[in-house]
Design a protein around this ligand. Structure first.
Ligand code: AHM
Ligand code: MG
Length: 337
């Protein structure tokens, strides 16, 4: 027999086989991933039809970050929360779109996991049809299952993450999932509504073949000392680097994960603590990159070791192939940044 049924590994099958291997598995983690994949299909469908469904453009509101809220931001945020809250697998969620944590209402079972997300990263790109995505991280709660969760369950260092990844809505829809079993990518077959394993065991390319840098050079005048010289050195004759920047973190990150390279979002005068969010963007992607053999720092320390003090904390981010991240971190230290 030929065809996807006997040749393809579905996301469901992957979840079943990897969680079955865990002796203490209760099924909640598998449920969480299944519900997340349902939400991903709903959001993907809405993103693809946005121009037809009147979903382009802003709501007229400004979010807790001071940014314009897009209609699709709200749709993704609500859809993912609704898909997870009733399923008995999470106790709390936190989102870039919500000011405070969202504790699962009492009428639902307060499950074992905490879920963090940027429901629609890159949303300023929606109206120009560029790639956007959902970034997420999953933690095991600290407090006892079945009891109400607390802020202590939600506000955690990234090294506590048990799984993380993203859904990317590009020319195809792909879920990239990082766990202790490594990093896997599953592509949605839109006709079947099913995710199939398309990128098994993603590892970053060897350093020598990965000369891509991604940074918004429009801000170069306000970068920290040393960074401008570093980026100039990449452009020297014979250095062999190329530049790629979409302005949608999830898309820039995904490209670099597949082809290798380094993404930089330093502190700037406008954003002295960086622009990207520790919990919703930096932690999940730092977890993914480390599982793929790479590294992520804020210019001084490992991203996953940051102890966040508030939900919407921001950070500079240097992420990608280990050698490049180490070079940047050293350059910044030497310049006293
Ligand atoms: P968002 O989460 O509100 O979409 O903002 C984050 C985005 C990232 O996806 C991207 O890397 C960055 O902002 C781009 O910022 P800039 O336009 O300053 O280069
Ligand atoms: Mg974002």
């Amino acid at each position: 027999m030929n065809g996807q049924f006997d040749e393809g590994i579905t996301l469901d099958r992957f979840i079943y086989e990897t969680t079955r291997a865990h002796p203490t598995a209760t099924g909640q983690f598998a449920t969480l991933l299944r519900q997340l994949s349902l939400a991903a299909r709903l959001v993907s469908n809405r993103v693809n039809r946005a121009g037809l469904a009147g979903m382009l453009g802003g709501t007229g509101d400004v979010n807790v970050q001071g940014e314009f809220v897009q209609k699709l931001d709200i749709y993704a945020n609500e859809t993912i929360k609704r898909a997870l809250e009733h399923a008995g697998c999470v106790c709390a969620m936190a989102s870039e779109e919500d000011e405070g944590p969202y504790f699962v209402p009492e009428r639902f079972y307060s499950g074992r996991y905490v879920f963090h997300m940027d429901p629609l990263d890159g949303s300023s790109n929606i109206d120009v049809n560029a790639t956007i995505g959902t970034i997420f991280a999953i933690y095991r709660r600290r407090s006892e299952e079945g009891t109400p969760a607390t802020l202590d369950d939600v506000l955690r260092p990234g090294r506590d993450i048990v799984a993380a990844g993203y859904v990317i809505y590009g020319s195809g829809t792909i879920i990239v999932l990082a766990t202790d079993a490594g990093v896997q990518g599953f592509t949605l077959d839109p006709a079947l509504g099913e995710f199939f394993l398309s990128h098994p065991d993603i590892r970053l390319q060897p350093e020598a073949r990965t000369k891509t840098y991604s940074v918004n050079e429009g801000y170069a005048a306000s970068w920290p000392p040393g960074l401008r010289e570093y980026v100039e050195s990449l452009k020297a004759p014979g250095a062999g680097w190329r530049s790629r920047y979409i302005g949608s973190l999830v898309a820039d990150f995904h490209r670099n994960l597949i082809t290798g390279g380094v993404f930089l979002y330093p502190a700037t005068k406008k954003n002295p603590s960086g622009k990207l969010r520790v919990l919703f963007e930096a932690f999940p992607l730092a977890y993914v990159v480390e599982k793929a053999g790479g590294a992520a720092t804020d210019g001084r320390r490992r991203i996953l070791d940051i102890e966040p003090t508030h939900l919407h904390q921001r950070t500079p981010l240097f992420i990608g192939n280990r050698v490049h991240v180490e070079d940047i971190t050293r350059v910044l230290a030497e310049a006293g940044a």
